[in-house]
Design a protein around this ligand. Structure first.
Ligand code: HEM
Length: 663
C-alpha cells in the first residue's frame, strides 16, 4: 500500500449524527436590556434575577487539606503526592495544596465572594459574554492535528484539578436540576454559584422558566480549614493533584490510590485483557462516574478521576498506561534480578522523562514559541547527552491560579466537536458527535485504532475566539439537549477564584494599562473591543479569561502577550522548580548521558505508534500531514533504547529508603 498520499479530507460544518439543533431559526425576543448584536445577528439580553453572590465559606465537605511533612528523607524517586520534591519547602506542589498567585485576588468582599464590578454591581452574565463576545464558527486549524489539543488536556490533568470539582461526571452538589431549572434559593448549598441562562437564550429555550447551568465553587483553604490559614485572610483555592509534570494522572496522587492501580508483579500497572489488547481496569463506582446504557459497559479507573471524560483523552490515558507496561516488560527482561518495586519505579521515571521531553521540546514550542522558550530558559540547545542543571530550590513549582483558571483554558478553543474515525489509508469510516460520548468510554474500546488515527490526522479547531457548539451549548448534555457552556464556565470560574482583572495582568506583564476601552485596541481588534464595551461597565471589569482570549497572537506562538506571559512563567517554574526534571544531572538518580540522549530521540509519533495498531504516521504528529511531514512506517521512527538500562551487577539497593546506588 502506498500511504504517502493520504486520502483524508475535511468535512466541516456538518455534524455527523443528530445535528446540533436548528437553533438559529428560533424566534427571538430581541434585546430588551443591554442588547448586543452577536455573531449571528441576534441580540441576547442580560439578566441575573437572583443576584447571586454565592458561597459564604461554610462547607459540608469531608475533604481535607494536604499536610506536608516537616522534614524529608532524600528518596531516589518522586513521592506520589508530590511532597518533598522541594526539600526546603516540602509542601510545594503537593496534592491538596493551594495554587500560587501572580497577583492578589479581587474577591467581591475582599476575602471569598466572587468578583464584582468596580461599581459594586454584578459583573455581566457569563453565558451572555460567551454568547455575544465569542463566536462558534467551525474553522479547522491549517497546521495542527487534534493530538495537539489532546496532549494539552493531558498536561492539564497532570498539573491541576480544582478542589472538589468533578469536571466530568455530575457534581454531587446540585444548584440546578438536570433539566436546568434553578433550585429554590433555600435549597442551594453555600458553594452554589449557578450560571443563569439569560432570557432569549438562542439554544436553551426558557419560556417562563428560570434556567441555569450547574456551577459549584472551588473549595479553598478557608473552606476546609487548612492549618496555619489566618481567619479573614483572602481565600486560596486548593488543587486535588500535584502541580508537577509527574504523570499523576497515570500513577495517582497518593500511595493508597496508587496501590489500587498497580499489579505488584513485574513492575506493571493493572490492566484487563480484551480483544487481544490491554485496557485500564473497571471503575468500581462505574454507575456514578460514567454514563452507561448497560451495567456491563466499560468505565475506567486511572490515576485521575477525569479519565472517562472524552474519547481522545481516554485514548491517550490508555496509551500512557500501556507504554508503562511495555517499558516495564523491557526492563524486567533485561534485568531479571530487579524486583517489582524497582522495575515499577524505574519505569515510572522513564515514562515521565519521555512525556516531559515530548511536552517541552515538541509540544510547548508550538504554543509558546521556540525562541521565546529558549530566551527564557524553558528549553536549551543541548549537545548529545549533556545535562541541563537548572534546578533552583528557590523557585515555587506550584500551579499558578491564573494559569489554570484562565491562560491554559484558552486552548478550549482548539476542541473539535466532531471526531472522525479513520482507516489506515486515512479514509473516514464514520464520525462521532463529542457530546454523545462524554463519560462514555465504551466507544473507545470499540474504535480505538480508528479514533487514534483520527486524532493524529484530523485538524484541531483554529486557536481563535470561536468555541465549538458541542462544548459551548451541549457539554455534558447526556441524553437530553440541555447542555453546559464551557466558555461561560471558564468565565464564572475566573470570578469564583477572584482573579485580578485583565487590565491588572496586562500591567503585570509589562503591557500598557488601559484607562479606556480604546486602549485595549493595541492588542484586541476594534469589533471585539466594542463588544467588551457593550457588556462591561468599565475596562477595569474585563475578566482575564475574556480579555486574554481576544488578544492577537504573538508571532510564532498560539497566544497573545498577556496569556503568553502567564504560560511562560508557569512552564519555567514547572521545569526549574522540579528537582526530578529529566534533564537534571545533579541528582542521585540522574539518567546516564546515554540514557538521556536516547530519551531525547522519543517523539509523540513513535509513542502513538507503539501503543496502537497504527502502522504509518507522520513524524511530527502534532502537525497535519503535509509535504515534508508525510506518513512513514512506524518502525522507521526512533525509539528509546531500553538496553541502556541493563545493569550487570546486582546493586546493594533498598528501594524504599536508599538513595545511594552502587553499580
Ligand atoms: C474535549 C476536550 C476538553 C474538554 C471536554 C474539557 C472540559 C473541561 C471542563 C469541564 C473543565 C472544568 C471547568 C470548571 O468547572 O471550571 C475544564 C477545565 C480545564 N481545562 Fe479543559 N477540556 C478539554 C480540553 C482542554 C485542553 C485542550 C486544555 C488546554 C490545553 C484544557 C485546559 C483546561 C484547564 C487548565 C482547566 C482547569 C483545570 C483545573 O484547574 O481544574 N482543557 N476543562
Amino acid at each position: 500500500i502506498n500511504l504517502g498520499q493520504a486520502s483524508y479530507s475535511i468535512i466541516h460544518d456538518s455534524h455527523p449524527t443528530g445535528g446540533v439543533g436548528n437553533y438559529f431559526s428560533k424566534p427571538f425576543n430581541y434585546g430588551k436590556t443591554r442588547g448586543y448584536a452577536g455573531f449571528y445577528g441576534q441580540s441576547y439580553t442580560q439578566s441575573n434575577p437572583f443576584g447571586f453572590t454565592a458561597g459564604t465559606g461554610s462547607s459540608l465537605t469531608t475533604k481535607t487539606c494536604g499536610v506536608a511533612p516537616t522534614s524529608c528523607s532524600r528518596s531516589r524517586y518522586r513521592t506520589f503526592s508530590g511532597v518533598c520534591n522541594n526539600l526546603h519547602n516540602p509542601g510545594w506542589g503537593m496534592a491538596a495544596g493551594s495554587y500560587s498567585r501572580l497577583l492578589s485576588p479581587k474577591y467581591g468582599d475582599g476575602i471569598h465572594s466572587p468578583t464584582l464590578s468596580v461599581t459594586g454591581q454584578e459583573l455581566p452574565n457569563a453565558r451572555l459574554i460567551s454568547l455575544n463576545v465569542f463566536g462558534e464558527r467551525d474553522i479547522p486549524d491549517p497546521k495542527f492535528t487534534l493530538l495537539n489539543m489532546q496532549w494539552g488536556q493531558i498536561m492539564t490533568h497532570d498539573m491541576s484539578l480544582q478542589f472538589g470539582g468533578s469536571q466530568a461526571f455530575k457534581h454531587a452538589t446540585a444548584c440546578c436540576s438536570e433539566q436546568g431549572d434553578l433550585l429554590e434559593q433555600g435549597d442551594l448549598h453555600d458553594t452554589c454559584y449557578p450560571i443563569i441562562i439569560p432570557p432569549n437564550d438562542p439554544v436553551h429555550n426558557n419560556f417562563n422558566r428560570q434556567l441555569c447551568m450547574n456551577f459549584v465553587r472551588t473549595l479553598t483553604d478557608q473552606d476546609v480549614r487548612c492549618p496555619n490559614v489566618q481567619f479573614g485572610a483572602p481565600s486560596e483555592q486548593l488543587t486535588e493533584v500535584t502541580s508537577f509534570m509527574d504523570l499523576s494522572l497515570v500513577y495517582s496522587n497518593s500511595e493508597q490510590m496508587n496501590a489500587q492501580l498497580r499489579a505488584f508483579t513485574g513492575g506493571r500497572m493493572i490492566t484487563e485483557q480484551r480483544h487481544g489488547r490491554e485496557w485500564p481496569p473497571q471503575n468500581p463506582n462505574a454507575s456514578t462516574v460514567c454514563t452507561m446504557s448497560s451495567p456491563t459497559e466499560v468505565c475506567y479507573l486511572a490515576g485521575d478521576a477525569r479519565v472517562n471524560q472524552n474519547p481522545g483523552l481516554t485514548s491517550l490515558q490508555i496509551m500512557l498506561l500501556t507504554e508503562h507496561n511495555l517499558i516495564a516488560d523491557n526492563l524486567a527482561s533485561i534485568n531479571p534480578h530487579w524486583d517489582d518495586e524497582r522495575i515499577f519505579q524505574e519505569t515510572r521515571r522513564i515514562l515521565i522523562a519521555e512525556y516531559q521531553h515530548i511536552s517541552y521540546y515538541e509540544w510547548l514550542p508550538i504554543f509558546l514559541g521556540q525562541k521565546n522558550m529558549r530566551n527564557n530558559g524553558l528549553i536549551y540547545e543541548t549537545t548529545p547527552g549533556s545535562y541541563v542543571n537548572d534546578y533552583d530550590a528557590g523557585i515555587d513549582p506550584r500551579v499558578i491560579n491564573s494559569f489554570a483558571t484562565a491562560a491554559f483554558r484558552y486552548f478550549h478553543t482548539q476542541i473539535e466537536g466532531r471526531l472522525d474515525l479513520l482507516s489506515e489509508h486515512r479514509a473516514r469510516t464514520a464520525s462521532l458527535r463529542l457530546s454523545d460520548w462524554l463519560n462514555r468510554p465504551v466507544v473507545v474500546e470499540a474504535e480505538f485504532d480508528n479514533l487514534c488515527r483520527g486524532m493524529v490526522t484530523q485538524p484541531e479547531e483554529d486557536t481563535d475566539d470561536n468555541y465549538d457548539t458541542e462544548i459551548k451549548h451541549f457539554l455534558f448534555r447526556l441524553d437530553g439537549t440541555f447542555g453546559q457552556d464551557l466558555k461561560a464556565i471558564d468565565i464564572q470560574r475566573n470570578r469564583d477564584h477572584g482573579l485580578a482583572s485583565y487590565n491588572d495582568f496586562r500591567e503585570f506583564c509589562g503591557l500598557k494599562r488601559a484607562s479606556t476601552f480604546e486602549d485595549f485596541m493595541d492588542l484586541i481588534q476594534p469589533q471585539h473591543v466594542e463588544r467588551l464595551r457593550a457588556h462591561y461597565t468599565s475596562p477595569e471589569d474585563v475578566d482575564l479569561t475574556v480579555g486574554g482570549s481576544l488578544e492577537a497572537h504573538v508571532a510564532g506562538a498560539l497566544a497573545g502577550p498577556t496569556f503568553l506571559c502567564i504560560l511562560t512563567e508557569q512552564f519555567f517554574r514547572t521545569r526549574v522548580g522540579d528537582r526530578f526534571f529529566y534533564e537534571n544531572g545533579n541528582i542521585d538518580n540522574a539518567f546516564t548521558r546515554e540514557q538521556l540522549q536516547s530519551i531525547r530521540t522519543q517523539t509523540a509519533a513513535r509513542f502513538v505508534c507503539d501503543n496502537t495498531n497504527i502502522q504509518y504516521i507522520q513524524p511530527r504528529a502534532f502537525e497535519r500531514i503535509h509535504l515534508g511531514n508525510e506518513l512513514l512506517p512506524c518502525a522507521s521512527l526512533p525509539r528509546i533504547d531500553f538496553s541502556l538500562w541493563k545493569e550487570d551487577v546486582t546493586p546493594a539497593f533498598d528501594t524504599h529508603n536508599a538513595f545511594i546506588y552502587t553499580k
